[in-house]
Design a protein around this ligand. Sequence first.
Ligand code: UDP
Length: 495
Amino acid sequence: MSSSDADRQLEIFFFPFTAYGHMIPIIDMAKLFAARGVKATLLLTPHNASIFSESIDRERLLSGLDINIQILGLPFGEAGLPEGIENIDDIRSPDMLPKHFLAIQSLQQPLEQLLEKHRPDFIVADMFLTFATEAASKYGIPRFVFHGTGFFPQCIEETLVSHKTHEGITSDGEIFVVPDLPDNIKMTRLQLSDHLRGNDAFMTEAWVHVRESEKKSYGILVNSFYELEPAYAMHYKNVLSKRAWSIGPVSLRNRNNMDKAQRGKKTSVDEHFVVNWLDSKEPHSVLYICFGSMYSRLSKAQWHEIALGLEYSETSFIWVIRNIKQEEEESSLPEGFEDRMNANKKGLIIKEWAPQVLILDHPAVGGFMTHCGWNSLLEGVSAGVPMVTWPMSSEQFYNENLITTVLKIGIQVGVEKWNSWIKDLKDVSVKKEKIADVVSRLMGDGEEAKKMRTTAKELSDMAKEAVEEGGSSYENLTALIQEFMMFKKPSTATN
Ligand code: UDP
């Protein structure tokens, strides 16, 4: 590469889907690129920009990164969305989801205007922003896809879509093996998404577009690290023939407490208070419970059962509660539960939004009860904590398999059914006795728990090594940036 190549600054646009589980990692990713000298521009809608602007400004002003935000507006009225609904997190009924997707499609024109004006070298756009490939190609700009999940879940999904194994079985509860994968992964039809089972025409159609636009893209950026899922990283590239670079875990970009605490919504609890609370606990003694960024898909009765299960287990815990209806938060807990937990300092309940990475990284945390969202999985792995798996929807049942069957760093709580929305407020899928049992096993001193702790610690070390100089993700990012430079000005490459 010539010296003029080396001096030239690349500009990359990062365009996330409007959900925290997609925005948070893409923003971390933009920071990672910016830390390597790239000019990183994030495309965000007005409300979402206001949520992330403080942490972006801090990176620019304190760390000197060339990172900024460009605002794209969403047409609320036209899509039949109430004012201010810019985020999947704000959605309160299933019928609003298609409207949200349609509103997002209308961002193509403002995106094209920005591309025309700024002419970035590349654009990294979320898988659901399918129009980005076409918009970018109008200006000769290559598009990268970001799925938000890892190799393992994508390998399972792609295999099921092509082999249709789930269609050839007799009942929803029958166990089948996902074929042609490196491990013996067992699933039931009940654990599969509505769109895969043909029960959600809108999302089935959306996924067809995702695949088509991915095929026309330059490649895929994966928030994972090779050592976590080597067989699936290879399968993805060699069997499924996808061009992919793993550059994560991107959350490890956040090194100090403030960066760890400010990833997403403003936390509803003072982070110093949380750290002090954890400081008063023994190492590995606290279970952290959080079911992701979306409002809870659990029934009021199930919340009640979790509270009782935690109390039975006598384990210290931090529990993030996010209910769709705030009044249900109080009434879904057993009488006097919160007061008892406060009085004996057994449990800390955080309503709305917790500083998750800050909590997971604290030495007092010894376990994570998770809905198995991909970011949570990676954040748990990076922190070296074993997990109790409570999958709900999206690709979370695949991720549960990675945690428990492949990596062997978790125990399944025993949820059997994929469910993207609360159907029955009295529905209890896991009883308090089972919850208490798995929590005690995970947090206890039995051989099973000790083994999981050791493996989790090894994986955490590997995750940290992967993002350091010489590590797999670090070097993938280096190779990618070099490829970008060649792509930008091929003639100078021969100088
Ligand atoms: N998160 C957080 N505080 C919360 C809830 C979630 O910081 O109270 C963050 C979490 O650290 C993760 C993201 O939100 O980075 C959730 O992504 P994930 O893929 O785990 O689940 P999703 O919400 O997309 O289902």
